[in-house]
Design a protein around this ligand. Structure first.
Ligand code: PGA
Length: 256
């Protein structure tokens, strides 16, 4: 089975939550809770928590990621953080294209592409987020939109670099709303994303690419979502802030 050959990745997206002190306490709870995981475990934290997170997660199975990255290498970009700065800290992952950044911080498909390339070229693994809003779903353009977002985000990414790319399908209407996509909806769009990856890079890359679902995934619905053939993991917001809930999702991924 293709799915068995792909890496299941459960990633927490802490968003703008937890001070470094509070984050340290959460990581202390997470370390034993996910120690037996049979999937890749990632926590993407605010920049201010990264040093603490990398330090605490050394020698554990938890990998640390950032929630954004600037696309220039250095220079006069007050307030921004480069990919080299993240790599130097020991950060391994970065999220690009999260819908909250598209919605509130003028992120476009083009800047998502630039950030994705910057992350990959610096040696980071990149979780690229795509997904439709409610109006787009109701208009019936979900698949076209997600195809377009995926294609533009991956422009200039080589087939070799695809080994370091994860795509997260996150329907905007399901994020933080408690309104999860059905497992069938998640499967349908994740399969469409795999198809476009296949068109761009060929079957072998498509079969090897990890595709996550995100949007109100929790301990109650994770097993069903992760049981679908093209859903290889999850990007978790709210439920990543509670060690027991996050660990339950990791367990579901381990068993699924
Ligand atoms: P949620 O967030 O799990 O709180 O819906 C997911 C995300 O935004 O990545």
């Amino acid at each position: 089975m293709d799915k068995q050959n792909r890496k299941a990745v459960i990633a927490g997206n802490w968003k703008m939550n937890k001070t470094a002190t509070e984050g340290a306490a959460l990581i202390d709870e997470l370390i034993p809770a996910v120690a037996g995981a049979g999937c890749e475990v990632v926590i993407c934290t605010p920049y201010t928590t990264l040093v603490t997170a990398v330090e605490k997660c050394k020698g554990t199975n938890i990998h640390v990621g950032a929630e954004n990255v600037h696309f220039e290498k250095s220079g006069a970009f007050t307030g921004e953080i480069s990919a080299d700065m993240l790599v130097d800290l020991g950060v391994e992952y970065v999220i690009t294209g999260h819908s909250e950044r598209r919605q509130y911080f003028a992120e476009t498909d083009e800047t998502v592409n630039k950030r994705t390339l910057a992350g990959l070229n610096a040696g980071l693994k990149v979780i690229v987020c795509v997904g439709e809003n409610l109006a787009q779903r109701e208009q019936g353009v979900t698949e076209e939109l997600v195809r377009l977002q995926t294609k533009i985000a991956l422009q200039g990414v080589t087939a070799e670099q695809m080994a370091n790319v994860i795509i997260a399908y996150e329907p905007v209407w399901a994020i933080g709303t408690g309104r999860t996509a059905t497992a069938e909806q998640a499967q349908e769009v994740c399969a469409a994303i795999r198809k476009v990856v296949g068109e761009l890079y060929g079957e072998a890359v498509a079969k090897a690419t990890t595709i996550q679902y995100g949007g109100s995934m929790n301990d109650g619905n994770a097993a069903e979502l992760l049981g679908k053939p093209d859903v290889d993991g999850g990007l978790i917001g709210g439920a990543a802030l509670k060690a027991d809930k996050f660990a339950a999702i990791v367990k579901a991924a381990t068993e699924g």
